[in-house]
Design a protein around this ligand. Structure first.
Ligand code: KIV
Ligand code: ZN
Length: 506
């Protein structure tokens, strides 16, 4: 049997640190359920001291997960953080506290303003404090990728002696080269007494596009846990993509003497779900889960694949859940069929909410003959967005074309329940609508990004619009909207982003 590599998912923590990717507790629970279907070993559910929302998410995910995975909460090496994390984890059956401190010269000198001796002291105090609340304590040596080898070994030795069960070696800035990072892990294997009794984890960022290669180098040199996210979401250029490392291990199991227990057939679904909830689109050429990951366009390649798939395909698309989306539901599908399919997609609803969704589903099925999984996900997310909205769309009408001036008439219900109707014009229909929205809401913002994607194929597909707006404070908010009419989707997406901005400010 090859070595088991634990998969530690941090989509809900590091992934959420992607600008504009913030999620509410309900959304995090949907993703946590998907993590259970993927069979991950550890779910990093949040950073409880950072906000009441994060605290609540860690608490609720702890209740949901039970014995099926370890639930982990992040802290700094600060007693208050650790106490709050322990409180958030109180219902977890397998709780883990993840505490740590910066270990590179830059972090110690310029950020923490601590000497190396003081840093070691703080690390040991944090692990000792966390051990009072849980047995399973993971220590992270932040910016280990740029740290001194001897100092890294020294601090890791100290936390292992203090009782850390997992030691996480992050390349926080994505600076390392894979071979060098591998040597760093090997140095710890060779120089820390008792390291064989703890798990070495790697947590690699993608600033040079090498996060997956770095994690693989870690595994080749003794790491037994990989920290990763779905779609490689994460701070700045992101984190190691779970789908990439898991498939790389699966392809090279014998050479690496390693395997994971991940249910890889969930990858495409998980990718879509995370993209749809966070509003972070997946590039078409993204490895494993991108729309083109299994598309062959050159004649030579097509000829080869038709003769034998593995001439140009190293992975069977079915192994990652790719391929034609199943046509599951139509206007003749009943309530029970909808409930069943939604449960398979990871959604559970109270009967009342399910009735509302069934109505919306029938409306959609009347317009579109075939309702795909992607349509259902879009429908559910659309309902959630509407339920949380402060300003809701009541109507939008556009007149545009050559040689007209694009003009929008918009009716929006404000948080006080009043309907407000305004008109405006712009360079195009979307510009006209957005100007009309700005008249009603009047919140200063910059539209940084606007994109429209079809949810499924076919001329009757839903169009999903994603926008990213920058508030005066510099925060970025993502909004999404889906409808058969892309002007309606565009309006909903913009309102969704502004609703998030306003509720955050409140
Ligand atoms: O990148 C990093 O160092 C982190 C730690 C908090 C684990 O995210
Ligand atoms: Zn990170």
């Amino acid at each position: 049997m090859t070595r088991k590599i634990d998969i530690f998912d941090t989509t809900l923590r590091d992934g959420e640190q992607s600008p504009g990717a913030s999620m509410n507790t309900e959304e995090k629970l949907v993703i946590a359920r998907e993590m259970l279907r993927l069979n991950v070993d550890v779910i990093e559910a949040g950073f409880p001291i950072s906000s009441p929302g994060d605290f609540e998410s860690v608490r609720k995910i702890s209740e949901l997960v039970g014995y099926d995975a370890v639930v982990c909460a992040l802290t700094r090496a600060i007693e208050k953080d650790i106490v709050v994390a322990a409180d958030a984890l109180q219902f977890a059956k397998r709780p883990r506290i993840h505490t740590g401190i910066g270990v590179s010269e830059s972090h110690m000198r310029d950020k923490l303003r601590l000497t190396p001796d003081q840093t070691v002291e703080r690390a040991v105090e944090a692990v000792t404090c966390a051990k009072k609340y849980v047995d399973d304590v993971q220590f992270y040596a932040e910016d280990a990728g740029r740290s001194d080898y001897a100092f890294l070994a020294r601090i890791i030795q100290a936390v292992v002696d203090a009782g850390a069960t997992v030691v996480n070696i992050p390349d926080t800035t994505g600076y390392s080269l894979p071979e060098e990072f591998g040597r760093r892990i090997k140095h710890l294997v060779d120089n820390v007494n008792g390291i064989e009794g703890v798990t070495i984890a790697v947590h690699c960022h993608n600033d040079l596009g090498m996060a997956t290669a770095l994690a693989m180098a870690g595994v080749a040199n003794g790491a037994r846990q990989i920290e990763c996210t779905i779609n490689g979401l994460g701070e700045r250029a992101g984190n190691t993509a779970m789908e990439e490392v898991v498939m790389a291990i699966k392809m090279h199991e014998a050479e690496l003497d390693a395997h994971t227990d991940i249910n890889t057939r969930e990858f495409v679904k998980a990718s879509r779900l995370v993209s749809s909830i966070t509003g972070m689109n997946v590039q078409a050429n993204k490895a494993i889960v991108g729309a083109n990951a299994f598309a062959h366009s050159s004649g030579i390649h097509q000829d080869g694949v038709l003769k034998k798939r593995d001439t140009y395909e190293i992975i069977d698309p079915a192994d990652v859940g790719a391929g034609a989306s199943q046509i599951v539901l139509t206007a003749r599908s009943g309530h029970a069929a909808l409930k069943h399919r939604l449960e398979e997609l990871g959604y559970e609803f109270e009967p009342e909410k399910l009735d509302e969704l069934y109505e919306a589903f029938l409306n959609l099925a009347d317009k579109k003959k075939e309702v795909y999984d992607e349509d259902l996900e879009s429908l559910v997310n659309e309902r959630d967005r509407e339920a949380d909205a402060l300003y809701t769309l009541e109507g939008v009408q556009i007149s545009c074309g050559f040689p007209l001036t694009p003009t929008a008439t918009l009716t929006v219900r404000n948080p006080e329940g009043q309907s407000i109707t305004v008109c405006d014009w712009g360079t195009g229909p979307v510009d006209a609508v957005y100007k009309a929205v700005n008249q009603v809401i009047g919140t200063e913002n910059d539209l940084m990004e606007y994109s429209v994607q079809s949810v499924t194929r076919g001329i009757d597909a839903l169009g999903e619009v994603t926008v990213r707006v920058k508030a005066a404070s510099g925060e970025i908010y993502t909004g999404r909207g889906a409808d058969g009419d892309i002007i309606v989707s565009s309006t909903k997406a913009y309102l969704n982003a502004l609703n998030r901005l306003i509720s955050d400010r409140r």
